[in-house]
Structures are given as C-alpha cells and as structure tokens.
Write a protein that binds this ligand. Structure first.
Ligand code: ADP
Ligand code: MG
Length: 617
C-alpha cells in the first residue's frame, strides 16, 4: 500500500482554517463579508471575551434555503461562483467557499437562517467540523451565525491569541471600517453588555465618517472628493479608476499604519503597492516612519484586479500596478498641496469643537482605539471601554457657530475662524520679533503665529533647489581647493549609482583613484566646512531608505539634505529685513506647512482660541 493518502475533509478544513482564521477578527471579517454579500442592510455583531467565548453576526439579508444551509459547510461550497470565467470578475466579497467550513472546524458553531421565500427557518449546529443537529425552526428572515469557543480544539492556535482587549481592538477596528465602506447600512457592535458602535444608515460617506469619528477628527481630515484616472485599452475602449475617501494632513502623524484603511472595490485589504503610494504622497511632508490617517476607496473594473492572491483575500494584484500606484500617490499629493493646513497650537482650555448631539457619548476614533490600547496595558475592566452612540449627523454644522465678539484686534477685524486656516494668511503677517533668536513671532489676521526660522528657510531652499533641478542646474559654488573624500566600499557603490544625480544637484564630483572622491563644487549656500558631511549624508540616505524608491524621490532626498545644511540655523539673530524676506519667500512656496523632513514650520494660536482663553467667548 502506498504512503500517500487523501486528507479527510475535516483535516483539510482545519488546515484551511489555519490560513483563513487567524484570530477572532478574521471570523468577524468572513461573517461580515457573507452578510454584506447576502444584501443585508442591518448587521449586528455581538462579541464576548474578545471573541474567544462568542462571536455572533446577525443580519437581515437573503438568508439560506433549507437545502443550502447544510451545503454551506461543505468545502468549496459557494453560491457566488459557478465557473472559472467568474473568477476573473468577482463582484462579491466571498467566492472561495472556504470560510464557513473552516470556521466550523475550529469552533462550536450555530447557524440560524431563513430565506424570505420559505415559511420556516433552519438551525444547524456543528462542533469541530461535525454536524450535531439540523432542525427546522421559527426565525425571522436573514441569518445569524454564532461562533463559540474559537480554537477550543486547536490548543496551539489558542495560545497565540493575544489579550481580550487586543483581540477586541482588532474586531472594533474591522467593524468600524466596514461600516465606513457601507454608509447606507446599519451596524451595531457590542461587547458583552457594552455597545461599542451603533450607526444608522446615512446617505454620504462624509456623514458616516462623522458618525464614526466625531467632529474633531473630521476637522483634521481632507475629503478627496472623486478623483478619476482613465487608461486607454488596446481595443479602443478604456478603463476607469476612481479614488474616493479621506486623508489627514501631514500634521497628523501616527507611529504605525493602524489608521490606514484601504478598500479596493469595497474589499478591505492590506496592499503593499497602495501603502507605498500613500507613503510617497507624504514623502517630504512627514518624517519617515510616520503614517497619516487614510481611508481610501479605490474602485475599478473587477477585471483590473485579482483578488484571488491570498486565502484571507487581504492582498490583491493589479493588472496596471504602476498606473494605480501613481494615480493614488498623485491624487493625494495634489490634495495636500491644495489644502496647506496650518498646525494649530494645542490649547488645553479650548473645548472640543462640537458640542451638540450627545457630546459625552461621542469619542474621536483615535481616542477610542487609544483607550482600547491603554486598556491593554492597564488591564482595565472591559466596562471602561468607551461607547459610540451616534444620532443625526450634520457635518455642515461644523462651521455653524459664529463668533460673537466684535473686533478689538490691532490687525483688522476678527475673521470667522477657519476662513483663513490656510497659509494664504502668511503673506499678510506682521512680524513682531524673534523669540530666543530661533522663532519668528508674527501677528496675522487670524491670530498669533510662531514660525521656526530654520525649517521655514529649509522649505524655501528645498523648493528652490527642486525648481532649479527641473529647469537646469542647481546654483553652485566652486571650492577653492578640491576636496578629497575617502569612501567605504558600500559608499563607493552608492556613489556610482547616484553620481549623475549628485552632479545635477549642484555638486561637481568625480572618482579620484580607488575609493576616493574629488569634490570640486558644492551647491550655493553650503559652508565649505559642511560639504564633506553633506556628501556623506546624501550617500547614506540613498543607501538606506531611498534605495528602492524612484529617481524622483532620490532627487527630493538630495534637495532636502542640501536645504537642511544651507538653511539659517536656530540661535541666530535675524534683522527685520531678513525676517520680512523669510516670511515673504515662505508664503510663495508651494507647501509652506512642513519642512522637507515633515516637521511643522508654523504654529498658529487662533484668534478664536485667544478669545476663548480670555473667556471672551
Ligand atoms: P463564500 O462566501 O466564499 O461563498 P462561505 O463559506 O463564506 O463561502 O459561505 C458559503 C455560502 O454560504 C455562501 O456562498 C452563501 O451562499 C452562504 N452564506 C454564508 N453566509 C450567509 C449569510 N449571512 N446570508 C446568506 N447566505 C450566506
Ligand atoms: Mg464568505
């Protein structure tokens, strides 16, 4: 007898479960996707003990016919795909027919379902993949699936589960973001007796964002609107990509990607290509290693994207990857350039901007996740988790509250807050002086401004260098004596790779024997004593994070280094004429908000906050 055997379905399901069901949140994801595929408009998710004890997803979707209720647990049983052609254009979230049998093989599962066209429903109970009962029951139309004791029969998996709070945080994040992808449907998430999310149907994505995150976060976000890119096809037709969603300005800097949510054709995914496009959009606006908040929906023809890359369907492959990448990057970058928001000085006295509709019950999402994270460390009881309860959203009310005071300002009348939020106001600043020889203090029509002189100058130079680079050579200075630098082997290789770019960026360098480099000229404004350090710094950036990025990014990296070295330093007294020049030049830059490394340039203490701090409003 041979040694190879065909695995029983039960074992095959358990193996598949290893891929599909990683943690409680993956169960929630599969069940939610099934409910959405079933056309449900009302989705209720109940969790106990972070999903280990119980996960229940109940919906009012199409339900299952009696005969289908059992079949759904057969491996590769699906109602969504019938032949291989369908796989090229999948319009549903599910298609592999793997989720239910996988989940049922590693838990105790109860399915209760009724198709609208049948008079009674069906209950199926399965434990560890074995069918225990199948009964006719009375049930409302729709489906409810209860998953108890996840991984009870797979101790190895159970051990890998993190704390209750961590698993719950994953679930909360997942449900929240599915609710964002489907504003017209209602979602409720409860953990034990606590309601974590409860959102009613709304017409617009913007309304749902407001429901979920509250007004404060909403103020930090910029609406992408609807951006389109069309690519012609060989057959004369064309493919259209549409990008919608919200991103934060560069002032919102998160230390991880937990606030980045990407949907492709309504499917929540983690995709390297799109993540890279997002990072590139913020390149030079945000420090490396920081991430924005992003909620992006990319929609395209189903044929443009292969979703059958990963069993959990979290990765995709695009037919026109580069087009998609550049489209996403450019759309976001354009938006950030249009917006140019100013960092506000955090004011401890200023209350949250929105105070109608149950203020106590609403919590910005960032704080919500933060509290869950904190709870993980402080092992707080679950009862301390915050609650979202949201009613009648009205984003337009954000700018409803008028200023009540007349105008006592020395700089003309007080303007409604927000109206001059952008750096349009920069050109209009009246410098008052310098603080610690490092910061310029200025009066603006919309409040008091503090500008970091070093980073402001850095931004001015950065854009100047890039502009010069685009139109020809960067302004340079000959060194009196050529400088000879010793390179390591790695630096030598790096040098060979970027020599052309370096020389186009204001340097004049050439190899000078083995592992030595002669530098004969450097960009204007660089102190001779800084040249050596600058060259090594550029070799290093190109070596570290920029190796994999495009020439354009390398160019920006070089420009950023030159700008940083050549810029006015802190602790340097500036005469009024120089201050005037700096403010004027800054106001003429394309992006006067952050330095090329992503630090803020200007802080504004808004007139509104000043009035508020003096209890005048
Ligand atoms: P897939 O979603 O890949 O088809 P699943 O194992 O997740 O595979 O589900 C198997 C089948 O069970 C689905 O194709 C669908 O017909 C049915 N089903 C699962 N969940 C629901 C639900 N909530 N409402 C109606 N039908 C469902
Ligand atoms: Mg499914």
């Amino acid at each position: 007898m041979g040694r190879i055997r065909v695995l029983s379905d039960n074992i095959a399901n358990k193996i598949a479960a290893g891929e599909v069901v990683e943690r409680p949140a993956s169960v929630v994801k599969e069940l939610l996707e099934n409910s959405l595929d079933a056309g449900a408009m009302d989705l209720r998710i109940a969790i106990e003990a972070g999903g280990r004890r119980l996960i229940r997803v109940a919906d009012n979707g199409c339900g299952m016919l009696r005969d289908d209720a059992l079949l759904a647990f057969e491996r590769h049983a699906t109602s969504k795909l019938s032949d291989i052609q369908d796989l090229a254009a999948i319009a549903t979230l599910g298609f592999r027919g793997e989720a239910l049998p996988s989940i049922a093989s590693v838990s105790r599962l109860v399915l209760e379902t009724r198709a609208a066209e049948e008079r009674s429903g069906t209950a199926v109970e399965i434990a560890g993949g074995k069918i225990i009962r199948c009964d006719e029951i009375a049930a409302p139309p729709g489906t409810s699936i209860t998953v108890r004791d996840l991984f009870y029969n797979v101790p190895a998996r159970r051990k890998f589960l993190r704390s209750e709070q961590t698993e719950l945080a994953h679930i909360a994040s997942l449900v929240t973001h599915y609710s964002l992808a489907h504003p017209s449907r209602s979602f409720e998430l409860t953990h034990g007796p606590h309601q974590l999310l409860n959102v009613s149907p709304v017409a617009e994505l913007r309304d749902r964002v407001y429901q979920v995150f509250g007004g404060q976060t909403m103020e930090e976000l910029v609406d992408l609107g609807m951006r389109e890119r069309e690519i012609p096809e060989e057959d004369g037709g064309s493919r259209v990509f549409v990008l919608r969603g919200f991103v934060s300005g560069p002032q919102v800097q998160k230390s991880n990607r937990n606030s980045v949510f990407l949907f492709v054709n309504g499917r929540l995914i983690r995709d390297k290509l799109l993540l890279h496009a997002l990072s590139s959009a913020y390149y030079n606006l945000m420090p490396p290693g920081c991430y924005p908040f992003a909620l992006l929906f990319l929609d395209c023809d189903a044929e443009e994207v292969d979703v059958n890359v990963h069993p959990a369907k979290t990765e995709v492959r695009f037919r026109h990857g580069t087009v998609v990448h550049d489209f996403v990057r450019d759309s976001i970058r354009e938006l950030l350039m249009e917006r140019r928001p100013v960092s506000a000085i955090p004011s401890r006295t200023s209350p949250a901007p929105l105070e109608y509709a149950q203020p106590a019950a609403r919590l910005p999402y960032s704080e919500f996740t933060q509290q869950i994270e904190n709870a993980v460390f402080e092992s707080q009881p679950v009862a301390d988790l915050p609650v979202f309860t949201v009613h009648a959203p009205s984003p337009s009310a954000i700018d409803a509250e008028p200023l009540r005071l007349p105008a006592p300002d020395t700089h003309g009348p007080i303007l409604a807050d927000g109206a001059l939020d952008s750096l349009a106001a920069l050109a209009d600043l009246r410098p008052l002086g310098q603080l610690h020889d490092s910061f310029i203090v200025a009066a603006g029509r919309d409040g008091l401004w503090i500008i970091d002189q070093h980073v402001a100058h850095e931004r001015i130079l950065f854009e100047k260098i890039l502009k010069e680079r685009r139109t020809g050579r960067v302004e340079m200075q000959r060194l009196l004596l050529p400088m000879v630098l010793q390179l390591t082997a790695a630096q030598q290789i790096e040098y060979a790779r970027i020599a052309d770019e370096l020389n186009e960026s204001g340097f004049d360098t050439e190899p000078f024997g083995n592992r030595t480099l002669a530098v004969k000229a450097a960009p204007a404004g660089i102190h001779a004593g800084d040249v050596e350090r600058l060259v090594f710094e550029i070799l290093e950036i190109s070596e570290s994070d920029l190796r994999k990025v495009s020439l354009d990014d390398l160019r920006r990296g070089i420009a950023a280094s030159i700008a940083c070295r050549a810029a006015i330093k802190v602790n340097m007294r500036l005469d009024p004429a120089k201050i005037d020049w700096l403010l004027r030049a800054l106001s003429q830059t394309d992006y006067p908000m952050t330095c090329p490394h992503g630090r803020p340039i200007a802080l504004r203490y808004s007139t509104r906050d000043i009035l508020r701090s003096f209890h005048r409003i």
